[in-house]
Write a protein that binds this ligand. Structure first.
Ligand SMILES: Nc1ncnc2c1ncn2[C@@H]1O[C@H](COP(=O)(O)OP(=O)(O)O)[C@@H](O)[C@H]1O
Ligand SMILES: [Mg+2]
Length: 366
């Protein structure tokens, strides 16, 4: 039977060629158990062109020194905390860091309100435990323990979604670099190369602040929103679904890029509560309005253009996804959004396509 293709390939597989090419020319000093030198890890994330002509695609678009700080942290005995509002590439950067440093991004714990300590420490295989008692064979190591033994990077996603007493199970691991197993009277020591990358959203509901004791084990690197419309455009076009681009048979043309820029401008203005010319103050909406949301609005428009039209990104397809991305909470967001359409968009001459579409979706709703 033919094997189905998976929907999403891990970074280390998707960018295998780039990682290999970097490793071939990498002559920088390497911390023990790292696949690449810190300088090459930064090149992998920020993108570059190697002397042999291999292009390394940029993964993170933004301030290089933030990535340098993140990579440098991982060479020390401090763990790395990537924080910021949702959609600022925390997960994305952490996956690529782990892939470049350890060759795997799959050692991962997803933090939720229901995450149990055994996800961070170890659990027991009960049939074996009952038959043989507490023996090593009965122990089920967590991804954290496996990363410690292998000297690799462990990723903890959404750290602050876990209750803080669960988070605190990491304190011994990070300060002593060991994980005691009292039932076996043993402990697992972290091999060289082990470190931890946690991500945390600082604007979401239901988050549990980290304890001071745990925070001190981390360097906090805050990933910001993109600086400019141009930068955000680069991020968005870089992340359009390759499958859709292939199906549509073309890259976004100049006109499509102009339309995407308008979407970015709308997000930016609503985020900042004023128009880009600084002339009009706007009511703010409560949703995050992240780059990730823009990517999904544009991806959606690309899908519609590809399957229902000529494959280009049209204002009407972009507009149809906008309201859902911007109005997350009807009570608080609908009003500012409608006002924005009527006060700002209506007056912009070359935006009439957008305005027409958006005022139309509004009418059908009413
Ligand atoms: N500065 C950036 N550079 C590259 N990609 C970015 C940037 N900001 C956001 N993205 C993209 O946004 C998407 C969502 O990012 P994600 O890592 O899931 O966000 P977070 O974990 O911060 O909520 C990713 O696909 C990522 O490619
Ligand atoms: Mg995330």
């Amino acid at each position: 039977m033919a094997r189905n293709k998976v929907q999403r390939t891990p970074a280390e597989t998707l960018f295998k060629k780039e990682l290999k090419a970097l490793s071939k020319v990498d002559d920088g000093p390497k911390p023990a158990n790292w696949n690449l030198s810190p300088a090459s890890v930064v090149d992998y994330i920020m993108g570059t062109e190697l002397e042999d002509g291999t292009k390394i695609s940029p993964k993170y678009i933004g301030n290089r020194s933030l990535i340098e700080l993140a990579v440098a942290t991982l060479t020390t005995e401090r763990a790395l905390l990537l924080s910021g509002i949702p959609g600022t590439a925390k997960t994305w950067v952490s996956e690529h860091l782990a892939a470049a440093i350890s060759g795997t991004s799959r050692l991962l714990v997803q933090g939720t309100a229901g995450t149990h300590e055994d996800k961070l420490l170890y659990a027991w295989n009960y049939p074996i435990l009952l038959a043989k008692g507490p023996v090593r064979e009965a122990l089920v190591p967590s991804p954290v323990m496996r990363a410690m033994e292998a000297g690799k990077i462990i990723r903890i996603e959404e750290m602050t979604r876990m209750p803080f007493e669960i988070q605190d199970a990491l304190i011994t691991i990070l300060s002593e670099r060991s994980l005691p197993i009292p039932e076996l009277n043993e402990e697992v020591f972290a091999a060289e190369g082990f470190n931890l990358i946690a991500t945390a959203n600082d604007k979401d509901k239901g988050i549990h602040e980290m304890s001071g004791a745990l925070k001190r084990r981390f360097n906090n690197v805050i990933l910001p929103l993109p600086e400019s419309i141009e930068e955000e455009l680069k991020i968005v076009t870089n992340r359009l679904s390759p499958k859709l681009l292939k199906a549509s048979g073309k890259k976004p043309n100049k006109q499509s890029l102009e339309e995407i820029k308008k979407v970015i401008t709308i997000f930016k203005e609503l985020r900042e509560g004023k128009t880009v010319d600084g002339q009009t103050a706007l009511k703010k909406v409560t949703s995050t309005l992240s780059t990730a949301e823009i990517i999904s609005v544009v991806d959606n428009a690309l899908a519609m253009g590809t399957y229902f039209d000529d494959g280009t990104i049209k204002p009407r397809f972009l507009a149809s996804g906008l309201e859902g991305a911007i109005v997350k909470n009807k009570d608080s967001d609908m009003n500012p959004w409608k006002e924005y359409i009527e006060i700002v968009l209506k007056k912009r001459e070359d935006w009439s396509d957008f305005y027409k579409q958006l005022s139309k979706t509004k009418k059908t709703e009413e």
